[in-house]
Ligand binder design. Structure first.
Ligand code: ADP
Ligand code: MG
Length: 851
């Protein structure tokens, strides 16, 4: 039965309550709390039973038909919730707002929060990554974008041109899991986000109008931006429903302050995950991440995804690394201290949102305990930022929070003795009474003479005296025993004295738990007042942690400090690809990359597997490392600061979008040629491979010419069209280089060494033979190749007329030889017999060819 088919007049009150709540949360699955279960009804139940493999049952609600229902125990709901969220659903948690025991009639129920993948605050989110929820506000002539990481409180915003490509780039480049959009937006974009990028998209039209969170956008002059942020804020508040005062002031994203690259580049260069497994391992991030804290790790990732362009800041970071490398001992001490530091950013958000426990406060305390030493070391080494030491907060937590406090805050055992006198008194009473009860056992044994008499406790009867069946006759009237329970082999009694003590103990117990909770909330309240300062401290810690990591990696792998030049010159001596170098079992072959002011394009030729792609990636990675302020893998390095990087690498079809390789190639090429400037870096790896030879080669040449004449960006262009190498004579700023290979007795060894000039022999067939293709096939390929070589088409751009080898073309070539021979003789100087011989030979040759 569907929800829409329900006759509201007949339905039970509880179901009516459900339907009213559901109407407000149409796009969620509601976890409806009924006692010890979260129940789902109607379509929600069908979906959940299917997704979670739960049994679908039914509930009688006054209707003829039973309402579809399924449920999960409330204490084990987490894994079910995670599954649904992972699959892209939103789950509204609907709780009982009044105690069923104390309520007459219907228990009140309401949604306390909606869990969505972009707004989660619990430990289901990756600690080493930001988790953003974003908004796109389509103003029809531009887009406002904002995004918030609720778990750390960072709020960002920017306005961009009304261009689809740019919009996708902005949204996809960051770890935005969920977006809200307004109605104006193009539905194709929405579909693309949903289907291709697995984003949760919600349409909304409401804006935040309150005062509490005004501080976030108050200083923003651009109304478009504040509108976009208010748009997102309202959604966030509707979803989280709690205190979000840890949200920070909006930071403007200024694209000019960052090295820009698109999603393809991030993917192609394997900056944060590998192409093949989508795994962090073997990515650049994996290599550079030796951070000690989640804050540092997240900050490093954000930097790799968005390196700097500001020279001053980049140089500042080089200076810090240099300093850390000279202050070896201090550096190790710092690292040691960072081991004590927890995720202060996420702790702060839990403090404000309220979902924290005593263990979180212990983590906070431990983190704070590291601050004095960190502060001192940073000062000693002259680090230009420092952390505040929150001594009072530390002392408070040290005095108050029990070291082995439980996970829940409603069971007591949170607070240390000595912190609060009333609490200590209550605990004393409890303890004394417990001792007294032990005393009662001894006294009663003596008084009654029953040796195996015991005092016990259970939740139903409280304290009782237990006497075994055999000893029952010994009980006398005068003992004043009151029989409570008869079991198979014993009976249980109570006495007035026992009950009196029990009241005291249970009363104290209740008071203790309540008081501990109150005290805990008080301490949390005090900690909340520190959130702003904690966030400041976190920022510094994240940076220091990242710099320590970069210094450590630089030291371990012999990286050097780059020199930044204002000239458009690249001079890299013995550069390495840092990840390939680390992972490869073979020794890495370092290569120079040298592009003077007058060289903008390197055209790279060489056999497959020679190392062309690696060489190109190596340059891009060195530049990215340099611009996050890291040292780089080479002997020496002079580079300018780049504004953008574009890549077209690899020929794998974009399976998700269903576009052909060639279409993807051309789109990426288009982005590059339309957006690159002379300060950009372009990497085109075998562009044009995805289409027929002539198309591909012509396009490749046209693109090269365009970049050469119009864009002037530094460009590495690898190609398997050897014909293109002759372009060097026409394009003055293009230079040929090649990656050599050594051939010995038909076998090939890759030297991975890049040298000047073009390579003139294709080693493709040898690679094929190494791949163990059938010998006859390889022989045939060699035959075909030799014909091609005879034709001498290699050196001539665009004179090749046919791709296919046929006998006509063979004929043409032998005819040419004959014509040539005829041209070479001079009949006037020949004797008749010589002439006859020549004629005979020619005829023979022609006849041979014809056979
Ligand atoms: P191409 O693009 O020319 O086909 P790749 O760049 O894909 O070649 O490299 C082929 C293989 O050679 C890869 O496994 C790579 O790890 C290795 N390789 C490339 N360059 C080097 C180098 N400089 N030193 C060591 N190994 C290298
Ligand atoms: Mg390649």
């Amino acid at each position: 039965m569907k929800r829409s088919e329900v006759d509201r007049t007949k339905i039970s009150p509880m179901m009516k309550q459900y339907l009213e709540i559901k109407e407000k949360y149409e796009d969620t699955i509601i976890f409806f709390r009924l006692g010890d279960f979260y129940e789902m009804f109607f379509e929600d139940a069908m979906t959940a039973s299917h997704e979670l493999e739960l049994t679908l049952t039914g509930k009688n609600c006054g209707l003829e038909e039973r309402v579809p229902m399924c449920g999960i125990p409330y204490h084990a709901y987490k894994s079910y919730l995670d599954k649904l969220i992972e699959k892209g659903y939103k789950v509204a948690i609907c709780e009982q707002m009044t105690d069923p025991k104390l309520t007459k009639g219907m228990v009140e129920r309401d949604v306390i929060q909606v869990v969505t993948k972009g707004t989660r605050l619990d430990d289901a989110i990756d600690s080493r990554d930001f988790n953003y929820v974003g908004s796109i506000y389509d103003f029809e002539y531009c887009y406002g974008i904002s995004y918030i990481d609720v778990s750390t409180g960072y709020v960002y915003g920017l306005v961009i041109d009304h261009e689809e490509e740019k919009l996708t780039k902005e949204i996809i480049n960051r770890n935005i899991k969920e977006i809200i959009v307004n109605d104006k937006i193009d539905r194709n974009i929405v579909n693309q986000f949903r289907e291709q990028y697995n984003l949760l998209v919600t349409f909304r039209e409401t804006f935040y109008e309150g005062e509490d969170y005004q501080y976030i956008y108050q200083e923003i002059k651009d109304v478009r931006l504040s509108t976009t942020v208010k748009f997102l804020l309202q959604y966030l508040l509707d979803t989280k429903k709690g205190d979000l005062s840890h949200l920070q002031k909006l930071e403007l994203v200024d694209e000019n302050e960052h090295l820009l690259f698109d999603v393809h580049t991030k993917k192609n260069l394997e900056l944060v995950e590998t192409i093949r497994n989508h795994d962090r391992q073997y990515s650049l991030l994996w290599l550079l991440d030796k951070t000690k804290t989640a804050m540092g790790s997240r900050y490093l990732k954000a930097n790799i995804e968005s390196p700097l362009t500001e020279k001053k800041e980049i140089l500042r970071r080089y200076d810090i690394i240099e300093k850390l490398l000279t202050e070896f001992i201090k550096k190790e001490e710092l690292k040691e201290e960072f081991n004590k530091v927890y995720d202060l950013e996420r702790l702060s958000s839990r403090i404000s949102y309220g979902n924290l426990n005593a263990r979180d406060l212990l983590q906070l305390k431990n983190s704070l305990s590291a601050l004095p030493t960190i502060h001192a070391i940073l000062e000693e080494i002259g680090y230009d930022k420092n952390v505040e030491v929150l001594e009072e907060l530390y002392q408070l937590l040290e005095k108050s929070i029990n070291e082995d406090a439980p996970v829940t805050v409603r069971e007591g055992s949170l607070i240390k003795p000595g912190y609060h006198s009333e609490l200590d008194e209550l605990k004393n009473i409890r303890k004394n009474s417990k001792d007294f009860i032990l005393q009662i056992e001894n006294d009663e044994k003596e008084r009654t003479g029953i040796k195996n008499l015991k005092v016990g406790f259970n939740k139903v009867f409280g304290y009782y005296i237990e006497v075994s069946k055999g000893s029952i006759p010994l009980i006398k009237e005068e003992f004043g025993y009151d029989r409570k329970q008869t079991l198979a082999n014993c009976e249980r009694f109570i006495t007035p004295l026992l009950k009196e003590k029990e009241d005291i103990i249970l009363g104290a117990e209740e008071k203790i738990i309540e008081l501990e909770y109150q005290l805990f909330m008080q301490i949390r309240g005090i900690a909340k007042g520190y959130i702003g300062r904690l966030q400041q401290i976190s920022k510094v810690l994240a940076e220091v942690d990242m710099m320590l990591s970069l210094a450590t990696v630089a030291e371990e792998n012999n990286y050097i400090r780059p020199t930044l030049t204002e000239e458009r010159v690249i001079q890299i001596k013995e550069g390495r690809h840092p990840v390939v170098e680390k992972v490869s079992k073979k020794d890495y072959v370092p290569n120079d990359i040298s592009m003077g002011k007058d060289t903008n394009i390197l055209l790279i030729t060489g056999p497959n597997m020679a190392g062309k792609s690696t060489y190109m990636r190596q340059l891009a990675i060195i530049i990215i490392m340099a611009q996050i302020g890291s040292f780089v893998p080479c002997k020496s390095c002079v580079i300018p600061i780049f504004d953008k990087i574009f890549t077209r690498i690899g020929a794998s079809d974009d399976l998700v979008s269903g576009e052909s390789t060639f279409m993807v190639e051309m789109k990426e090429a288009n982005i590059a040629v339309s957006e690159a400037t002379e300060h950009s870096l372009i990497l085109f790896d075998e562009l044009g491979r995805g289409t027929a030879t002539y198309d591909g080669m012509s396009l490749a040449q046209a693109i090269l010419e365009y970049i050469h004449d119009k864009i002037k960006a530094k460009t590495l262009f690898s190609t398997h069209y050897h014909e293109l190498t002759s372009l060097a004579s026409d394009l003055s700023n293009l230079r040929n280089v090649h990656v050599s290979a050594m051939e010995e007795q038909g076998k090939i060894t890759f030297l991975h060494k890049v040298k000047n000039g073009a390579v003139d022999k294709s080693y493709g067939i040898h690679v094929a033979s190494l791949a163990k293709l059938p010998t006859s096939l390889i022989e045939r390929a060699n035959e075909i190749l030799s014909v091609y070589e005879q034709k001498g088409t290699k050196q001539q751009t665009f004179t090749q007329t046919s791709l296919f080898l046929d006998f006509d073309s063979k004929e043409t070539s032998s005819e040419n030889e004959i014509v040539q021979k005829i041209n070479e003789i001079n009949p006037l100087e020949m004797t008749p017999i010589e002439a006859l011989n020549f004629l005979y030979e020619i005829t023979k040759e022609i006849k041979n060819e014809k056979k």
